[in-house]
Design a protein around this ligand. Structure first.
Ligand SMILES: Cc1cc2nc3c(=O)[nH]c(=O)nc-3n(C[C@H](O)[C@H](O)[C@H](O)COP(=O)(O)OP(=O)(O)OC[C@H]3O[C@@H](n4cnc5c(N)ncnc54)[C@H](O)[C@@H]3O)c2cc1C
Length: 594
């Protein structure tokens, strides 16, 4: 059938053409970056990138010079009101601080960012970015090594191998590139980058750097992030007992590595290490692996990501003592029962990776100056990221975003919280819906999720007295997935059948991390399933997994098709029949009109 709609694919309109930028020019001010997407803007580096330092800065280091590195190039907002040096000062130039700074400039706020180490923080230098570079390699290695998979395409591949230093360089180079992009985007938008440790002296007052430069700001955002959490009894030497900070440098690929903790960081590293030839032993304190995931998705993921690989595991045990390899002796791991604390076993392995979570970093921040007490290390905040003091009162003009507040320790959450705060300080109330923020684990295949897990949804439903329903679709029925020979996968929807509200979506399968956004955007916008069912997806694409998922939901309430109530069908029919009659009368008169 021929479509009546024609799409013009000719050259862009003058407006569109003028918006095209020269890749060599700095990021234009009008260009809207959002969250990590800013990294994609590859601004040419006009300075030498700082070398990648994997350790947190030394707070008392004599070499931590304080200086304003980059003065505002583009004006950076109008002079701040109220006699302050800045409208907004952000402590910490990780992804959270960066996101906040860019949005602040867009809002016309005179903005400075204080960084004690290197721009980009954990995500860029020691987290998301280098880990995804390693995972890109592990994905390819895994595919090339899978003879059966290759044969099913009719491909023949000689034995796949890798050069460890080459793989490590790929991760390091990507981190430098993204760090340069982030730095340049701050510079080109005129954000003042102040180097040194930032300390809050009181409301609206801070100091930074060795020279104790004092500045004032109408509003302050703390975005100081987190560091690897190393439980008591574990001795990290950076060579044989390591954290993710060390592992990302890939200085070695141990034959046998124990990974303590089976959360998303441990799981991603198991994907990397097993693809590169290591054997992995998981040590997990809880009774099951991957405790943070929806149990059904976790089970499936375990069947695909763990069982067929060279991975074994201990669950319900603590690694109470870990001693690095020394004098020809391997790494020693003492295990105790997580509940009874009775000794269980001793393991001897080549290396141990401690992936037991992240601890907020608030050292040197001067929280005592504003009577703020951390809770399990995290800075307490309300739903608007406003800092709460030890008496339960809001500290005026002080906010905390990202890993340091512990609400959701993800890069895009940090950035979204930063943007939300900037909205508030520039006069727009804004509360971020954390239930709409997706999360992903970049294993092969990937796992992604948004909203509640099934047990969480059941608990909420019971408490609030509503019903929940579950819908599932398999990747096995998806043409694109089958063409790629990647039919192993499942999408699961948890929803309210009475209202069509999405409570949670969990996906395990190829490109799950990209697929989740349709669900997360729907939650953020409040779109109901009865409306989503009419959304059209290109064929054949993986997105049809979600198309099918939404369509298979059984919602009791009909969609509101328009704001006005519809007349009964018979009147609608009569109306259209009358219209057709009128049109045909008009047509029959056309020759006479000529
Ligand atoms: C191995 C690994 C993989 C990860 N993968 C992902 C992923 O795929 N997706 C995802 O969303 N998240 C991922 N994360 C989590 C993500 O990296 C963090 O959630 C994110 O970096 C938090 O951003 P932030 O801005 O809060 O803090 P950070 O990125 O930690 O930045 C804080 C910055 O503040 C600076 N600072 C601290 N104190 C001071 C001070 N007093 N003065 C001046 N500067 C200071 C620090 O030097 C640092 O640069 C990963 C983390 C790890 C460890």
């Amino acid at each position: 059938m021929q479509s009546a709609i024609s799409l013009s694919l000719s050259s862009p309109s003058p407006i569109a053409r003028s918006a095209v930028t020269d890749a060599s020019s700095p990021a234009p001010r009008s260009l809207r970056f959002c969250g990590l997407r800013r990294e994609a803007f590859d601004v040419k580096a006009s300075f030498d990138a700082p070398s990648l330092r994997l350790n947190r800065f030394n707070l008392h280091s004599k070499s931590s010079n304080s200086c304003k590195v980059f003065a505002a190039l583009n004006g950076n907002g109008t002079p701040p009101s109220g006699g302050f040096d800045y409208d907004l000062v952000i402590i910490g130039a990780g992804v959270g601080g960066h996101g906040a700074a860019l949005h602040a400039v867009e809002k016309g706020l005179k903005t400075a960012i204080i960084e004690g180490d290197v721009i980009g923080g954990t995500c860029v230098n020691r987290g998301c970015v280098p880990s995804k570079a390693l995972l890109a390699v592990s994905g390819r290695m895994r595919e090339l090594q899978n003879e059966h998979h290759m044969k099913s395409f009719g491909l023949q591949v000689a034995a796949a191998g890798y050069d460890r230093q080459g793989v490590a360089d790929h991760a390091n180079n990507l981190a430098s590139k993204i760090r340069n992009n982030l730095t340049n985007s701050l510079k080109s938008l005129g954000v003042d980058i102040l180097t040194g440790v930032g300390t809050v002296l009181g409301p609206q007052k801070l100091k930074y750097g060795k020279g104790d430069n004092i500045i004032t700001a109408k509003d302050i955002i703390i975005a100081t992030g987190s560091v690897p959490l190393v439980p008591k009894g574990i001795e990290v030497d950076g060579k044989t007992v390591i954290t993710s900070d060390h592992a990302l440098k890939l200085e070695s690929v141990p034959e046998w590595i124990a990974i303590v903790g089976s959360g998303y960081i441990g799981l991603e590293f198991s994907d990397v290490y097993t693809a590169l030839g290591s054997e992995v032993t998981f040590i997990e304190a809880l009774d099951q692996l991957m405790p943070g995931f929806d149990p059904e998705i976790g089970k499936l993921a375990q069947r695909v990501l763990i069982n067929p690989r060279k991975i074994d595991s201990y669950t319900g045990v603590f690694a109470s003592k870990i001693t690095p390899a020394k004098d020809g002796k391997p790494v020693q791991i003492e295990l105790i029962d997580a509940k009874t604390k009775e000794p269980k076993d001793t393991l001897e392995v080549d290396a141990a990776l401690i992936a037991t979570g992240r601890a907020p970093f608030t050292q040197g921040l001067g929280l005592e100056n504003i009577n703020v007490q951390t809770q399990r290390g995290f800075i307490p905040v309300d739903e608007r990221m406003r800092v709460i003091d030890a008496n339960g009162k809001l500290v005026p003009h002080l906010y905390c975003i990202g890993d340091a507040n512990g609400k959701m320790m993800l890069a895009h959450a940090a950035s979204a919280q930063g943007i939300s705060v900037v909205e508030q300080v520039s006069g727009q109330d804004h509360v971020l819906n954390h239930l709409s923020i997706p999360a992903a684990c970049f294993t092969h295949p990937e796992i992604s999720m948004v909203g509640l897990t099934e047990p969480q949804a059941r608990e909420k439903a019971e408490k609030e007295g509503f019903e929940i329903s579950i819908a599932k679709t398999s990747f096995k029925a998806n043409t694109k997935a089958l063409a790629e020979n990647e039919g192993e996968g499942l999408a699961k929807l948890i929803y309210r059948p009475d209202t069509g509200e999405i409570l949670g979506v969990h996906i395990f399968g190829m490109h799950a991390a990209d697929l989740i956004h349709e669900a997360s955007n729907a939650i953020a916008m409040g779109t109901r399933l009865q409306e989503l069912k009419f959304a059209v997806h290109a064929h054949p694409t993986l997105s049809e997994v979600l198309d099918e998922l939404f369509k298979s939901a059984k919602v009791k309430r009909k969609p509101p098709l328009s704001s006005e109530p519809k007349p009964p069908l018979i009147f609608q029919w009569l109306k259209s029949a009358r219209l057709i009659k009128l049109l045909s009368q008009f047509q029959s008169r056309l020759p006479r009109l000529q």
